[in-house]
Design a protein around this ligand. Structure first.
Ligand SMILES: *[C@@H]1O[C@H](CO)[C@@H](O)[C@H](O)[C@H]1NC(C)=O
Ligand SMILES: *[C@@H]1O[C@H](CO)[C@@H](O)[C@H](O)[C@H]1NC(C)=O
Ligand SMILES: *[C@@H]1O[C@H](CO)[C@@H](O)[C@H](O)[C@H]1NC(C)=O
Length: 219
C-alpha cells in the first residue's frame, strides 16, 4: 500500500518535471529590469531622464536566464488598444520612456521583444509590470546600505546584500564592468512575487568586483 502510493507519487512528480522540460517556449520566470539612467544613457538615446531607477521592462526568461520572444504572439492595433487601457496614466508614470515623452513606441518595442515571449495578454502583462515597479524603491534600498550616487565605488557584494533581503538575489549589469547600468530583479512566473535569481543568472553578471553608481558620466 505504502509502496504503491510512493510509486504513484514519484510518477506524478516526474510527470510535472517532464512537463516543465517540454514546455515549448521554455518560459520559467521574469526579470524586472531597472535602469540607472546616467549609465544606461551612455549607450542609448535619452531625453531628460529622471534621477532614479527607471523601469526598462518585464522580461520572460528560461531557467538559465536567456530572454524569450514569441514572434507570433503579436499585439494588433497596439496604439489604439494601449490608449484605452484604464491604467494608461499609471503606465506613463511607472514605465516612462527615457528617450521620448511619448512612450508608446517604447512599450510596443518591449511587447514585441519581450512581452510576446510570456503567456499573458497585453493588458495583464503591462499591469503586472507596473504593479511590481510600484513596490520597488531601489535608491532607498541601496541608501540604507550606504550606497549613494556619486564617485565612490562599492563592492558588488554590498549591492547584493542591500537587495537580497527584500527582493532576493539580483542580477547586475554594468558598462565597462564598473558602472552600474541595470539591476534585474527576478520575479516568479505569475509575475507576482520577487524571487532570488539563480546561480546561472547571477553568474552572468557583466559587472566586476567594484561598482559605481555615478550621478552622471563624463564622456
Ligand atoms: C509552460 O508551462 C506552464 C506550466 O509549467 C504553463 O502554464 C504554460 O502554459 C506553458 N507554456 C507553453 C507555451 O507551453
Ligand atoms: C535557454 O535558452 C538558451 C538560448 O536559447 C538555450 O541555449 C538554453 O539551453 C535554454 N535553457 C534551458 C534550461 O532551456
Ligand atoms: C506563441 O504565441 C502564440 C499566440 O499567442 C501561441 O499560440 C503559441 O503557443 C506561442 N508559442 C510558444 C512557443 O510559446
Amino acid at each position: 500500500m505504502g509502496t504503491n502510493f510512493l510509486i504513484i507519487f514519484v510518477q506524478f512528480v516526474s510527470c510535472i518535471a517532464s512537463g516543465a522540460a517540454q514546455n515549448a517556449s521554455g518560459f520559467d520566470h521574469f526579470w524586472l529590469v531597472l535602469s540607472w539612467p546616467p549609465v544606461y544613457c551612455l549607450q542609448n538615446p535619452c531625453n531628460n531622464p529622471p534621477f532614479d531607477f527607471s523601469l526598462h521592462g518585464l522580461w520572460p526568461v528560461n531557467s538559465s536566464g536567456h530572454t524569450l520572444k514569441n514572434s507570433s504572439h503579436t499585439f494588433k492595433n497596439f496604439q489604439k488598444k494601449i490608449e484605452h487601457l484604464p491604467f494608461r496614466g499609471e503606465l506613463k508614470k511607472y514605465w516612462p520612456s527615457l528617450a521620448s515623452s511619448d512612450p508608446t513606441n517604447f512599450w510596443k518595442h518591449e511587447w514585441d521583444e519581450h512581452g510576446s515571449g510570456q503567456p499573458s495578454e497585453p493588458p495583464d502583462y503591462f499591469l503586472a509590470a507596473i504593479t511590481l515597479r510600484k513596490n520597488v524603491d531601489l535608491l532607498s534600498t541601496l541608501r540604507r546600505y550606504r550606497i549613494v550616487p556619486g564617485g565612490t565605488s562599492y563592492p558588488i557584494t554590498d549591492y547584493v546584500k542591500a537587495t537580497k533581503d527584500i527582493y532576493g538575489y539580483p542580477r547586475l549589469t554594468c558598462v565597462n564592468r564598473y558602472l552600474l547600468k541595470e539591476v534585474n530583479l527576478c520575479v516568479d512566473r505569475q509575475a507576482r512575487n520577487f524571487i532570488s535569481c539563480n546561480h546561472r543568472e547571477r553568474g552572468s553578471t557583466t559587472c566586476g568586483k567594484n561598482i559605481k553608481l555615478p550621478r552622471y558620466v563624463k564622456i
